[in-house]
Design a protein around this ligand. Sequence first.
Ligand SMILES: [Zn+2]
Length: 81
Amino acid sequence: MSSVCREMSRDKPGLADFAALYIRCDDCGNEKRMTPQVLARFVDRGIHCADELRPKLTCSVCRAGGGIGKNVALIPAFRWG
Ligand SMILES: [Zn+2]
């Protein structure tokens, strides 16, 4: 099993390094915060960085309104910043 993100994680912070991850929808402005506990569950499932996580996320508000909800931005908050 190989992961591009895992290869890169020596230089680039991954989900496990984030103090929190904010998911913001650029279409409707909906924003939610993922805690380290939630992020750890993604890491357990083999998702190690934001680039791997983004395709799996949709905006529930836009989905509920009939949109595709894929215009989401991931904004990490770091432990040290
Ligand atoms: Zn939205």
